[in-house]
Ligand binder design. Structure first.
Ligand code: ACO
Length: 325
């Protein structure tokens, strides 16, 4: 019996033109390269300049993904953009990406799950594709966190960067086994009781301002390492796989220490972990598709590889998806 699977048929990414090293940042923020590298593994980040908005970066990444897939705008009937930094309160960034690419059919919407946004978007697109409601989806993670940072707060502003990444998912027939290409399992969670640990202190429905990111770093760290493994275990259990079966672990790129502690806890070998936080910083919903694109282009992720993506974000929200590439 055949079933529908959401198969990755292309990928792309986009970064702002300005790359800012820790040393350059330390010229205006009371920090040092040593402190940032030791605590987070971050060495540089890309920051947007005038005209570089979330939809501009998202459209660049989406266009690259379409090209990589050998498809045209006419082939896409669903666009999901995971972002917490939309160009405007509305319309959605996804519809702006849709327009920029000349996609005039199907439907598009934003999805807001902060740093877990891309995993949520993949899981959501998978439901539309495997139910037959759409045929090909552009799944984008795009962020300009530099615009919601308090640049006077050294405990947060050194951690984040801007960027976008995208994949194209296509509904294809599979056999219903874990040898199929495509999304094999996903698991999503959220718990709004953790609001005050990571949030933005403004918004259109409260202050009428955009607000700034606020974070209790130690508590985020503790939760990220302590609790998010449940969604990964869900994906393993749903497919009868284990850490040994993975080819690549591509987690949200917030912090090298969180990533390595999570991998160790799960028994995932360090050489299977894709790490790009050193070059991108934390780009929230864009971090996983940016990391996927790096590992795909340098030849690590290949067709047939088993890839686990996983993320945690404000809310808290968290999730994982197991994909046969
Ligand atoms: N440069 C230099 N010194 C700094 C900086 C900085 N940028 N920021 C804080 N410090 C100082 C503090 O003032 C403090 O000094 P004190 O001891 O004199 O008071 C000292 O460094 C230690 O501060 P802590 O907050 O205890 O530092 P900690 O070791 O906890 O590291 C960090 C902070 C890196 C934020 C850590 O808590 C962490 O990794 N948390 C995870 C949060 C994270 O990665 N969030 C990303 C967003 S969430 C997400 O994506 C899911």
């Amino acid at each position: 019996m055949t079933i529908l699977r959401s198969v990755v048929v292309g990928g792309g990414s986009a970064l702002p033109s300005r790359c800012v090293s820790n040393a350059t940042l330390a010229e205006t923020v009371d920090t040092s390269d040593d402190w940032i590298v030791q605590r987070t593994g971050i060495r540089q980040r890309y920051l947007c300049g005038p005209g570089e908005t979330t939809s501009v970066l998202g459209a660049r990444a989406a266009r690259a993904a379409l090209d990589d897939a050998g498809l045209t705008p006419n082939d896409i009937d669903l666009v999901i953009c995971a972002t917490s930094t939309p160009d405007h309160t509305f319309p959605s960034t996804a519809t702006q990406i849709q327009a920029a690419l000349g996609i005039h059919q199907g439907f598009a919407f934003d999805l807001q799950a902060v740093c877990a946004g891309f995993v949520y978007a993949v899981a959501t697109a998978d439901k539309f594709l495997t139910s037959g409601s759409a045929r090909r989806a552009l799944v984008v993670g795009a962020e300009t966190f530099s615009r919601i940072l308090d640049w006077e707060d050294r405990t947060t502003c050194v951690l984040f960067g801007d960027g976008a990444g995208a994949i194209v998912l296509e509904a294809q027939d599979g056999q219903g086994t874990i040898a199929d290409r495509g999304v094999l399992a996903s698991s999503l969670r959220s718990d709004g009781r953790h609001r005050d640990k990571l949030y933005v202190d403004g918004g259109p429905g409260s202050t009428g301002t955009t607000g700034h990111l606020r974070m209790s770093g130690k508590e985020v760290f503790r939760f990220a390492v302590g609790s998010v493994t449940d969604v990964i275990l869900d994906a393993f259990n749903a497919t009868g796989t284990t850490a040994d079966d993975l080819d690549w672990f591509v987690p949200h790129q917030a912090n090298r220490r969180i990533i390595e502690a999570s991998a160790d806890k799960l028994g995932i070998a360090r050489d299977k972990v894709v790490l790009t936080v050193d070059r991108h910083g934390n780009t929230s919903a864009a971090s996983i598709p940016l990391a996927l694109d790096v590992a795909r282009k340098d030849g690590r992720i290949k067709h047939g590889d088993l890839v686990m993506i996983e993320a945690i974000g404000g809310g808290f929200t968290w999730g994982a998806a197991l994909i046969r590439w």
